[in-house]
Design a protein around this ligand. Structure first.
Ligand SMILES: Nc1nc2c(c(=O)[nH]1)N[C@H]1C(S)=C(S)[C@@H](COP(=O)(O)O)O[C@H]1N2
Ligand SMILES: [Mo]
Length: 406
């Protein structure tokens, strides 16, 4: 009992400003809002998000996009998936936002306001895919613990911000710089202010790539709170866990960053392939770097019915961490024969490329459409689950949908 009371008293009740901002979101007064704590935000759905997202967890919020809602060339903000490890900041203020650059490999620490970033550095926009390393986890057998993402922990948005390299060059790095780590303003699920929910990062070479961004806008709008408003990192081609949200501190390290979820089994896979179900020691696990080539059929929705003699148009997107996707194919006979799709040119590196095809079916019956992408490194998607790993990362198996021809 005593214990319980201490826990309760540590919970933070909503401040007036937060009550007002939630009320603004819902569009009506939150009458007993003062009785709510920060970890009990109202059940009105995920702020800024469509209720068509599939919610896998509400504490922390994790929601994915059904494949047929990813059909747009750029994923609309309200449909972009959400993967939180902790509790997002409430009502972060862009006009007061600061980011500190520290760590043992900077010449000297510096702090910038968001407004300074906007004024001082060149602004650019890039179309970049971010995909959670655990996307596709639900297909693992034996199953892997964690959010059971099917195919929808991925999206491609137009992100606007500055090059991370411009900022790091302005700060000045020592030769010893090896890794970039981030910290965000979200809080740990326990409420303990000294713990971060996640603090990952990327090797310094990735941080300095010209597509690595610190972004404040998404598809020409303010970024939704759930996607890191007002400032986040965006690293296409790497697991999205590297793309820190609500970032208020970056550290340039002279070794691999050792923040929360960098070690142990998190975002790491066996350095050498293991048999399904194998327990792997932490020291035999390696950090995930580049994400594999992948694609998704976004039209039609699985289960579609068409009449014999009609041509079925299909659409989707393909992406890779290699230079680009060079070939997209589909099969309607369970992988015995493959035909080419039309594949769009890439807007910029790490943007997804849309594909299309028109399919004719030989007779009435049940079909599956399988799709597979091949990238410029000559990697092709496998038909079944590739390399099983304990936490269920990096499933880039072909996407398949069902079609009935009547
Ligand atoms: N500060 C912070 N950054 C974060 C996370 C988080 O929980 N907190 N989740 C990471 C993970 S695991 C993923 S997959 C992506 C998800 O980005 P999204 O929610 O904008 O889709 O954000 C990453 N950045
Ligand atoms: Mo993730």
């Amino acid at each position: 009992m005593k214990n319980k009371r201490t826990v309760t008293s540590r919970r933070k009740f909503l401040k007036k400003s937060a009550i007002n901002s939630v009320a603004a979101m819902i569009g009506m007064p939150l009458v007993f809002g003062r009785n709510l704590t920060y970890d009990m935000l109202p059940l009105v759905g995920i702020p800024g998000k469509s209720d068509e997202l599939i919610v896998l967890n509400d504490r922390p919020v994790n929601a994915e996009t059904p494949a047929h809602l990813l059909n747009d060339a750029l994923t609309p903000n309200k449909l972009f998936f959400v993967r939180n490890n902790g509790i997002p900041p409430v009502n972060p203020d862009p006009s007061n936002w600061k980011i500190e650059i520290a760590g043992e490999a900077v010449r000297s620490r510096k702090t910038y306001t968001l407004n300074e970033l906007k004024k001082k550095f060149q602004t650019l926009s890039l179309k970049l895919v971010i995909e959670c390393g655990g996307n596709g986890r639900s297909e693992f057998n034996p199953p892997a613990k964690g959010n059971q993402w099917s195919t929808g922990a991925v999206g491609c948005a137009k992100w606007t911000g500055i090059r991370l390299a411009d900022l790091l060059n302005d700060v000045g790095l020592k030769d010893s710089a090896q890794y970039l780590g981030y910290y965000g303003a979200d809080t740990h699920l326990s409420g303990d202010p000294n713990k971060s929910s996640i603090s990952r990062g990327v090797p310094i070479a990735k941080a300095m790539e010209s597509e690595s961004l610190l972004a404040w806008a998404m598809n020409d709008e303010d970024m939704p709170l759930m996607n890191g408003h007002p400032l986040r990192l965006v690293f296409g081609g790497y697991p999205a866990s590297c793309s820190g949200k609500w970032v208020n501190k970056l550290v340039v390290r002279d070794k691999v960053h050792d923040g929360a979820k960098m070690g142990g089994q998190s975002y790491r896979v066996p350095c050498k392939a293991v048999a399904p179900g194998t327990k792997v020691k932490d020291e035999d696990m390696c950090i995930i770097k580049n994400m594999p080539v992948k694609s998704l059929i976004t039209f039609p929705k699985t289960g579609a019915t068409i009449e014999l003699g009609q041509k079925l148009p299909i659409n989707g997107h393909a992406w890779t961490s290699a230079e680009k996707v060079i070939k997209m194919e589909y099969s309607i006979d369970f992988g015995m024969h493959w035909k080419a799709c039309n594949l769009e040119e890439q807007a910029n590196r790490y943007a997804w490329q849309s594909f299309a095809a028109e399919i004719e079916f030989p007779e009435k019956g049940y079909y599956e459409i399988w799709a597979r992408a091949t990238d410029s490194d000559n990697n092709t998607q496998p038909i079944i689950l590739p390399g099983w790993n304990p936490k269920g990362y990096l499933n880039n198996a072909c996407h398949r949908i069902a079609v009935k021809v009547v």
